[in-house]
Design a protein around this ligand. Structure first.
Ligand code: AKG
Length: 270
């Protein structure tokens, strides 16, 4: 038999129904810290953090099934990406909006996270090293991050991410540093330039070996890329969601030059 609620329990419950109190409780829950002080400090010192978003396994598996059914998902081609599937696939949207990740990002950045893009990868990208800031910067700068979720176990044989711990503190590279003007036609020059930056930094690269369901958060300017996918018989299902943070002006440095800013107007994932 259930015990009758005590008087203090009933008073607390009634208080929580009051509109002002309810929004305060909601606010406190949304902003309740998830990370320890050490994890918080690690992220800001090294520019990345491995977390457990506590996503249901079914959501991970459904995201994979959705991607495999897409015509562009060729698991033999390292360029394969499925962009913005959150618009059609509920589990992919759920991964982007999972409350625990949003709370972690609020804690790390002190602002409301705004997810704006999902990319699903059925296979390792082997993408060259880069910083997301060349695509997505903002004012104030670097209020942006990527959350990369392993949808299956990922190790050194199936294209684990490569990243350079602490490289988020290197100066932000802009088009003026290496190109005669703005534009995607200079992207290969960007890759050559940033590879030189990574080499000159002397930072040894690391690789993200992750269990299914784990995620790596990278700070906007962290240098990273796709590791070699050695075992061609395996897939490397993963999803990255890119997040901006509230209250900034958002722009694309790759298309900006000499004081001109190519603004970005994103569709926030909701
Ligand atoms: O998943 C990968 O291999 C690389 C992804 C990446 O570099 C990115 O999304 O910016």
């Amino acid at each position: 038999m259930l015990a009758a609620p005590t008087a203090s329990f009933s008073i607390r419950r009634s208080l929580r129904q009051l509109p002002g109190v309810r929004s305060l409780v909601d606010y406190a829950l949304r902003n309740k810290p998830v990370l320890t002080e050490l994890e918080f400090a690690q992220f800001h010192a090294h520019g990345y953090l491995v977390i457990d978003p506590e996503l249901p396994e079914e959501a991970l598996d459904e995201a994979v099934r959705y991607v495999l059914a897409r015509p562009e998902a060729k698991v033999s081609h390292h360029g394969t990406r499925v962009f913005n599937a959150w618009k059609e696939c509920r589990p992919i949207r759920q991964i982007a909006l999972t409350a625990r990740v949003l709370r972690i990002l609020r804690q790390l950045y002190g602002r409301e996270p705004l997810p704006f893009q999902t990319i699903n990868f059925p296979i390792g990208t082997e993408q060259r090293v880069h910083s997301d800031v060349i695509h997505f910067n903002c004012d104030p700068p670097t209020y942006m991050c990527g959350v990369w979720v392993a949808l299956e176990d990922i190790d050194l044989d199936n294209g684990a991410l490569v990243y350079y711990p602490g490289s988020h503190k290197l100066p932000v590279v802009t088009m003026e540093d290496f190109a005669p003007g703005p534009g995607t036609k200079y992207y290969e020059q960007y890759e050559d330039h940033i590879e030189g930056v990574a080499r000159a930094s002397g930072i040894p690269p690391a690789q993200a070996v992750l269990r299914k369901g784990q995620a790596l958060i990278w700070a906007a300017n962290l240098l990273h890329g796709g590791g070699t996918h050695h075992d061609k018989s395996r897939t490397r299902h993963s999803q990255v969601t890119h997040y901006y943070f509230e209250g900034c002006q958002y722009y694309m440095p790759l298309e900006s030059y000499g004081g001109y800013r190519h603004l970005r107007f994103e569709e926030w994932i909701r």
